[in-house]
Design a protein around this ligand. Sequence first.
Ligand code: TRP
Length: 456
Amino acid sequence: MTSERKSIHGQWSSRLAFILAATGSAVGLGNIWKFPYITGENGGGTFVLVYLLCIVLIGVPIMIAEIMLGRRGRQSPINTMKTLADEERRNDHWVWLGWMGMIAGFLILSYYSVIAGWALSYIFRTASGVFVGATADGVNSVFGDLVSDPERLLAWHTIFMVMTMIVVSRGVKNGLETAVRFLMPALFALLLMVVAYAMTTGYFMEGVQFMFTPGEIKREGVLIAMGHAFFTLSLGMGAIMVYGSYLPKGTSIVQATMFIAAADTIVALLAGLAIFPIVFANGLEPGAGPGLIFKTLPIAFGQMEAGTLIGTAFFVLLVFAAWTSAISLIEPVVAWLVENKGMNRLYASVWTGVATWFLGLGTIFSFNIWSDKTWSIPYLFKNYSFFDTLDYLTANVMLPLGGLFIAIFAAWLMRETSSRDELNTYNGLYKLWRILLRYVTPIAVIIVFLKAVSVI
Ligand code: TRP
């Protein structure tokens, strides 16, 4: 029965197409923009270690589970959860998991697009040559000028949203494969070049030490590291589930997951190794916040041989990486509108795009005209901007919660025969996965969360 279920949205053309698309979803601003700045804000070493542990013990088992549920259900996350809950004779409340995921994806995309807009604008800044020979101060003020201007941010955010919705409206399976196959390796190569530059600054070891020498970490830092493991692997909201729903039967989910997680982690670590030496060489603050990469990388491009060219190409590729991630954030919503509301893809994309664009205004304003407006949630955070609030609630609350429920469903409620049949892997590997997902993953998520809110 299950093996005959088909997605009405079609399938990936091959196993490779899926791996590329999922890697495209995972590798994005999270690796290059977010990982370095939150590592900087949370003191380095221990934070990186916790993040790596979370990738292995929480991220990988949940990714396997999420792809598996998607492939078995073959629909948008909401309908997949409904179908699987029926099939496993569980109650219908599991659709809430799909709902929460859709909302999280929509909230994340609203600010993701604004940051991608920064990267878009830096293509042109870098190409114009303004960074040639620029000092840290000069680079800093270019960034300050950008974020303090709501109109410019709005223009770039609009362009990025339009780009995203064009791809989504045509169906995420077209064109994505080629884009990811060539552009990801190119991004990787450019990142290596910046790391090579970082080695010449004389501060490379400081950067390495900052990232890998354990030190102090706050309770909150542990939650942020865990939230980031979800964010960077695109987990906990159904993005990978919906990609899994287009996956042909017979592809090894376990192998695909290993590849995606490894590629994602390597890119993040390289980004850190590129950025922190530049931070220390120029007397900058690792905790400079969301502008960190925009305040550091241009210094490198300004000093490197052919830096204008390399820098421009780098930001072009960063935008591509963000693009291939953004489409996965909104695909669950669009798939659901097509399935349940009878909309065609174009119509569904336009409307979700407009709504996301509108919410993005909040993030834009939080960097300028609303910069003194703050929000607090007892036990979680105090005086956060609109952008920080959205980021915190999605990455550190909604995604881990979604992941926790995915783990509970896949490891406790789904029959062993179902998951065994779907994963179809070595017995030992299957058992290891199931034990991790039954005990280690949920307990780790719960402990980290309760510790962060100081309940335990
Ligand atoms: N993983 C992407 C990044 O690191 C962002 C992303 C895409 C995402 N789809 C997601 C994050 C789903 C959470 C959930 O940039």
